[in-house]
Design a protein around this ligand. Structure first.
Ligand SMILES: Cc1cc2nc3c(=O)[nH]c(=O)nc-3n(C[C@H](O)[C@H](O)[C@H](O)COP(=O)(O)O)c2cc1C
Length: 390
């Protein structure tokens, strides 16, 4: 199907403050039955904005259905994916909307405590967030909701954004992913049922409660409802944060954000896939095409894609928690492998062996970190082979 080359549609759900009192959204929503709130979330089609795209309504439903007197809700503000900086901006500009979404989530699943796990590098936001949180918690108390939110600080490890490693970190242990199942909705923080959502997901949850699920559903596509906040960086005259309707092609995106010389777009951060110019028109940004947690890095012809891949692999090698062999050893071998090919110490055909290693990591690594290294590796090697070899 030929897709029309229109510019991406801009949306203003997230940062718009006009006529919205996030505390009042909580007050209004908690008059409703939790099951009805869950139905609205499911009906809206909202999928998690942290990368994996799990349906938010189902996550809340699974947590609510667990029979436990103690449950937790957590906002994942670790934002460690290279090229992603939208959660920082959301927490800076509209933190009350995040608190509101988290409180509604807490009420819905039956939790009395919520936490915001903030990336260590964002600690400069902590003072102001704590002040605003104090006022918000007081507001919750006044309306009779038995729920409070606290801040928790991360310590600067990418792996701590992975939900189960995040729980370990919050519990005071080294940030390492847990075996799954059990999933967080059954046994998360302190072994209790936990609903963990990304910052942006929680703001959309708040907006859906304010405006109704239809408003969200009516934009985007069947598989990718609503809009999304994109962190745009690289070779672009429009670097920054942009909220756009889901379902555009990479071509449409590049027409709006490119510099006229874009040769590749890395969609979804270092752990995402690299789309070369020849595929711009056929690739949809969304769950039916190439999903993204929000990072969009544009590269023009001045860039060496070898250097881009090398940087990503250095990052993964540094950030691998080291717990499982496929990831710990695989990241190092991929890095050493492309260096050897670049120096001419290995033939170009060695890249095929490295692709097999990346595929093995996808199947056997314990968590999303090691599993996703194949995304940038295979897409860059396949599409920019001539830039990788000697
Ligand atoms: C290595 C790794 C890092 C991650 N980092 C983040 C992060 O910084 N923020 C985030 O929301 N999700 C991150 N995730 C995804 C979380 O594990 C989880 O799926 C997400 O917080 C769920 O929220 P959502 O359903 O609202 O997307 C990461 C996953 C992996 C494997």
């Amino acid at each position: 199907m030929e897709i029309e080359n229109t510019r991406p549609k801009r949306v203003d759900f997230i940062f718009n403050k006009e006529g919205i009192d996030p505390l009042k959204v909580v007050e209004k929503t908690i008059q409703r039955n939790p099951d009805d709130i869950i139905l609205d979330m499911i009906d809206s089609g909202l999928k998690g904005r942290g990368g994996a795209g799990f349906p938010t309504g189902l996550k809340w439903k699974f947590t609510k259905n667990e029979d436990s007197p103690v449950k937790y809700v957590i906002c994942n503000a670790d934002e460690g994916e290279p090229g992603t900086f939208k959660d920082r901006e959301i927490l800076d500009q509209v933190p009350e909307k995040v608190f509101s979404g988290l409180s509604i989530c807490g009420y819905t699943v039956g939790a009395r405590e919520g936490f915001i796990y903030l990336r260590g590098e964002y600690n400069f936001l902590l003072k102001s967030l704590n002040e605003k949180l104090k006022r918000f918690n007081d507001g919750l108390k006044k309306m009779g909701l038995d729920f409070t939110i606290q801040m928790r600080s991360g310590s600067g490890a990418y792996i701590c954004g992975e939900e189960s490693a995040l729980f370990e970190s919050m519990e005071g242990y080294r940030g390492e992913p847990r075996n799954k199942p059990p999933y967080p909705t059954v046994a998360g923080y302190l072994g209790k049922p936990t609903a963990i959502n990304n910052v942006e997901t929680l703001v959309y949850a708040c907006m859906i409660c304010q405006f109704g699920p239809e408003k969200f559903r009516e934009i985007g596509t069947r598989d990718s409802r609503g809009s999304k906040v994109f962190s745009v960086s690289g070779d672009t005259p429009k670097a920054g944060i942009h909220e756009l309707e889901l379902g555009m092609t990479v071509q449409q995106f590049v027409e709006e954000f490119g510099d006229g010389d874009t040769k590749a777009v890395q969609v979804g951060g270092a752990s995402g896939g690299c789309v070369p110019r020849k595929n711009f028109k056929d690739t949809i940004i969304g769950y039916e095409g190439i999903p993204t947690g929000g990072s969009m890095m544009l590269f023009n012809s001045s860039r060496s894609m070898y250097n881009v891949l090398h940087d990503y692999l250095e990052f993964f090698t540094e950030e691998s928690c080291g717990q499982c062999t496929p990831c710990r050893v695989g990241c190092q071998q991929l890095l050493k492998g492309i260096e050897a090919v670049k120096r001419g110490e290995r033939p170009p055909a060695y890249l095929e062996d490295l692709k097999k290693l990346a595929a093995t990591m996808k199947l056997s690594a314990k968590c999303g970190l090691g599993q996703s290294v194949a995304n940038p590796f295979v897409s860059i090697v396949n599409n920019f082979r001539e830039e990788i070899i000697y």
